[in-house]
Ligand binder design. Structure first.
Ligand code: ADP
Length: 545
């Protein structure tokens, strides 16, 4: 039998249209670089996103499927790009502003970005990127700081000053590309993940269900997770779909800024990485000693991107703030798993509930997960057997942009190999126990240990080096460089740091060094990282920043 249902393709335009039609009075409240606040209604976002679409298609001659890059903080203009670029049949390519100019240039060339939309305050980054590019895009500058733009800059406001009242969306298949993000490669170059209209809409819809983010028209959402990180968990799309307000902090991510935004805007749902919430917690402690806080009761705080300590969950509970942990990757759009508690769990002592909530949890609807050993043999769900976490689903990537299928990343039967090592218990709760991918996650941003090792070994006085992750109370993880000096040569920690400084982004620069006589190796000559991790098990990063 054939279904009688209409074949209406899923599209992010439907979310924009819905917001324009029903939620015009909703608003974005944002913070400008000088810390003044601004407001922009969804009616304006709707109008301006369509103007951007018209300008890109007609004035800039964007061809369907071409990429338009953004180098932006979280703000109302960036939200317009999220909807306006797809409305022109373009692909929103969000660039991570914390990467080095070399990385940004490589990524822009790989994506073949035709247009770059950039914050005026980030133009110094562009000046460094531009000479490294094979082909320069058209550059459009957002007057985010309000200061006059440089004479030769093309202003976003002038670019979108077109009439789009009768703009018609291009007809597209739901499997066509809508956005792209790059992952950091363990070895080699970053890889592009390309989302489709279908995957984005399904993901944004599923994220709203009560046991996941539970989003509705009554919500006011503080979005701290950068919009260049896996589409900020697709929260911008969910918000316009349900008519929730968005509060966007711009470049101000410190505890005091976030607390004031939460109080002034009566936030009900907030999204960030553990590092950000750890800082916010300190501010809450200090402020609550001085005055009464004016926060909504039961704020849900989505934390994703790195492990969440049980203590963080307990600490926020003191302020009636409910941490919701999410596991995900750029490759998984990113929502993969959330520890949803059952009514039976709710009767457990609080400590046990916090312990459950610090696990990575059960798969989101439509996502399948399993664990497998090195030979690909499925492991039992007994809470003990460790295996590589593998996932599959309609918003999980099946490959990478410009990259031939990599058997290291996908199994023969088409599941994504996450590089995370996990256990799953009989109830289906997954817990990450380690990472097989050689990456360190510091403050929500990646540092490749392999890359760092090769840079360290380029120093003339270094014979060999290995890099592992060690815990840090604020940044979660920091790199520890373990190195052997060449006989008869000398180099200090500080000298090595200076040598590395021009080659790395600031957050990637190591602070912790260990000089040793030899690095443990297997018979094949391969460094045994597990042995190093075991040896430095109790080592904490000494970073004070
Ligand atoms: P994101 O932008 O969401 O941080 P990435 O692709 O950069 O996505 O990082 C994904 C990786 O981050 C995962 O494979 C895992 O190693 C780590 N990660 C993400 N969420 C969690 C979590 N809740 N607990 C522990 N690790 C996590």
């Amino acid at each position: 039998m054939t279904s009688t249902m209409m074949q209406v393709p899923l599209s992010t335009h439907q979310l924009l249209e819905r917001a324009g039609r029903y939620f015009g009075e909703n608003e974005v409240v944002g913070r400008l670089p000088d810390r003044t606040n601004y407001r922009r209604s969804y009616a304006e976002i709707y109008r301006r996103a369509r103007q951007l679409a018209q300008a890109l298609r007609v004035n800039a001659g964007l061809v369907p499927g071409e990429a338009v890059a953004t180098l932006c903080w979280n703000h109302a203009w960036h939200l317009e790009c999220y909807f306006g670029i797809p409305a022109a049949a373009g692909v929103v390519h969000t660039l991570n502003l914390r990467l080095t100019p070399e990385e940004i240039a490589w990524i822009m060339d790989d994506a073949d970005d035709k247009v770059l939309i950039i914050d005026d305050i980030l133009l110094p980054i562009w000046e460094q990127v531009k000479p490294l590019l094979k082909k320069a895009p058209r550059v459009i500058v957002i007057p985010f700081s309000g200061a006059a733009l440089p004479g030769d800059a093309e202003s976003y406001e002038e670019f979108i000053a077109v009439d789009a009242s009768s703009y018609v969306y291009p007809v597209q298949d739901e499997n066509e590309a809508v956005a792209m993000c790059y992952t950091s490669g363990t070895t080699g170059r970053p890889k592009g993940v390309v989302y489709s209209h279908r995957s984005m809409v399904l993901h944004a819809t599923a994220a709203c269900i009560p046991d996941l983010f539970s989003l509705s028209r009554r919500d006011r959402i503080l979005l701290v997770t950068p919009m260049f990180h896996a589409n900020a968990w697709s929260v911008p799309f969910s918000a316009l779909m349900v008519g929730a307000d968005l509060i966007l902090p711009g470049p101000h991510l410190g505890g005091a800024d976030l607390l004031s935004l939460m109080e002034e805007n009566q936030i009900t749902f907030a999204v960030g990485v553990p590092t950000i919430w750890t800082m916010l917690y300190q501010t809450l402690e200090e402020t609550s000693r001085q005055r009464e806080l004016n926060l909504v009761k039961g704020i849900r705080m989505l934390v994703g991107g790195a492990a969440v300590a049980q203590a963080l969950i307990a600490n926020f509970a003191k302020y009636d703030m409910y941490i919701v942990q999410g596991w995900g990757m750029t490759e998984t759009s990113p929502l993969g798993a959330v520890p949803i508690l059952t009514p039976r769990h709710a009767e457990l002592p609080l400590d046990e509930q916090y312990a459950l909530r610090s696990m990575q949890g059960i798969a989101a609807p439509f996502v399948d997960m399993r664990i497998a050993d090195e030979d690909g043999v499925a492991q039992p769900w007994d809470g003990k057997a460790v295996g590589e976490l593998q996932v599959r689903g309609p918003w999980i990537t099946g490959g990478y942009h410009n990259t031939p299928t990599d058997p290291g990343k996908f199994t023969a039967d088409g599941w994504l190999r996450t590089g995370d090592l996990a256990t799953i218990n009989a109830e289906g709760y997954m817990r990450l126990v380690d990472r097989s991918k050689d990456l360190i996650k510091s403050g929500g941003e990646w540092i490749s240990s392999v890359h760092l090792e090769s840079l360290v070994m380029a120093h003339p006085a270094v014979l060999e080096a290995a890099v592992i992750a060690i815990p840090h109370p604020k940044w979660d993880e920091r790199p520890l460089v373990i190195a052997v000096r060449r006989p008869g040569m000398s180099v200090t920690d500080a000298e090595l740091r200076e040598f590395l400084r021009p080659k790395l982004a600031r957050f990637q620069l190591p602070d912790d060094f260990e000089w040793v006589d030899a690095i443990p190796k297997a018979g094949t000559g391969k460094i045994i990282k597990a042995k190093l991790r075991e040896h430095y098990r109790d080592r904490q990063s000494g970073t004070t920043a």
